[in-house]
Design a protein around this ligand. Structure first.
Ligand code: LMR
Length: 394
């Protein structure tokens, strides 16, 4: 049987990890996978998470199963973080999932149960794993225009035109903030227009929010999502704790499903629990428990917010330094978008051949679509990257 298997396409992002590790050059720079790194190149355990872990080690008396959908306290804490008070609590069903990827996968499976004919609309471009999961499940898939490769900003006219063609019952996948891979984001006025298109078409939004707190701030990054959730009758939200709590390997995420009325919440909740049971039974608990402790303890929460803000401001500083260094070396403003983009990523907008040249000639690793992870830089490597970009003729 196993001899029938065919090789699967390599994940563009994850294959870079291996290539980078195998490169013996000491000055190589990793701008590939979306993992935060501090100035020393370390992905630290956040202070509040470490403190919560210590408390948990003392206090935890069992590792028996939690609920199938995870702990209600985790749902409450995450719903408050992501949605604030934008939606009545009794309209929201929620289930803990293995990371944000798990939440996306469960969202797709929920769509398959509820609306098997639905087409999933994704931005062009989007996180490659969105495409991969949708194709793996065999769901109908369409793309809407999103990124203007000339200006490196959102092509909102194109997006609005394409979304107007969405059919009632279709699913529109949106990035809550810090668009991955481009770094170009919707303004609040554009979010409002998206809402009115969704209302006109009768489509359901699925919002992937994996970088809350990495863009303009925790509240600011959730503002568009909250508008959608409060104005649409139904909404799905896949939230990740990997980046903003730094708990990548703990696999901590949540799927929220908002029904039009509270009457439907019970059956939605039961479906989420059912899907967890079919796919992995109980969701991982350790990371979810730590996140709950951090969010519900005033001191831990304040410390977490302070550290997250340091991370966010640090990335903004690197963006500005890179844009101005490139301005100086190239004598043009064409890299100004780097300071306008938000989140971990920006798309440079160059060819896979030049990305390969950056890797071969300068030991600089970024995804072949020219997405770079800003958090992979530090003050000393920004000038090295800027020089390499200009030398490579990008
Ligand atoms: C990324 O886009 O690099 C991250 O979300 C990590 C991943 O799983 O791809």
């Amino acid at each position: 049987m196993l001899t029938n298997l065919k090789p699967q396409p390599a994940d563009k992002i994850l294959e870079l990890i291996g290539m980078y590790r195998a490169d013996p050059r000491p000055n190589k720079i990793d701008l590939g996978v979306g993992v935060y790194k501090n100035a020393e190149g370390v992905t630290p355990v956040m202070r509040a998470i470490k403190a919560a872990e210590k408390q948990l080690w003392e206090a935890e008396t069992t590792k028996s199963y939690t609920g199938l959908a995870g702990e209600p306290a985790f749902h409450d804490a995450m719903i408050e973080l992501v949605l604030g008070t934008s939606v009545e609590r009794d309209r929201i069903a929620a289930a803990a999932t293995p990371g944000g990827t798990g939440a996306i996968r469960q969202a797709m499976e929920l769509v398959m149960l509820a609306s098997p004919e639905a087409t999933i609309w994704v931005s062009h471009p989007t996180w490659p794993n969105h495409l991969s999961i949708i194709k793996h499940l065999g769901l109908p898939l369409k793309e809407y225009r999103y990124f203007d490769s000339e200006t490196r900003a959102v092509d909102f006219a194109g997006m609005a035109e394409d979304l107007a063609g969405v059919k009632a019952g279709d699913i529109v996948l949106l990035h809550g903030c810090c668009h991955n891979p481009t770094g170009a984001n919707l303004t609040l006025a554009e979010w409002a227009e998206v809402i009115s298109i969704l209302q006109d078409t009768g489509a359901t939004p699925l919002i992937d929010i994996a970088y809350q707190g990495f863009g303009d701030g925790l509240e600011e990054d959730a503002a568009g999502l909250r508008m959608v959730a409060s104005e649409m009758p139904e909404c799905l939200i896949a939230a990740s704790c990997s980046k903003n709590f730094g708990v990548y390997r703990e696999r901590t995420g949540i799927l929220m499903a908002i029904s039009e009325t509270a009457k439907n919440t019970g059956v939605t909740q039961a479906n989420l629990a059912y899907l967890n049971r079919q796919n992995f039974s109980f969701p991982p608990d350790h990371g979810a428990r730590l996140v709950t402790m951090v969010l519900t303890d005033d001191a831990l929460r304040a410390d977490w917010k302070a550290e997250l803000e340091e991370v966010r401001v640090g990335m903004l500083g690197l963006r500005e330094q890179l844009a101005s260094e490139l301005q100086r070396l190239s004598g043009s403003d064409r890299f100004g978008f780097l300071a306008q983009h938000r989140g971990m990523f920006s798309r440079l907008g160059t060819t896979p051949e030049l990305v390969q040249k950056l890797r071969e000639d300068h030991g600089i690793y970024m995804v072949s679509d020219s997405r770079l992870n800003i958090a992979g830089l530090n003050k000393n490597t920004v000038p090295v990257l800027a020089e390499a970009i200009v030398k490579t003729g990008i």
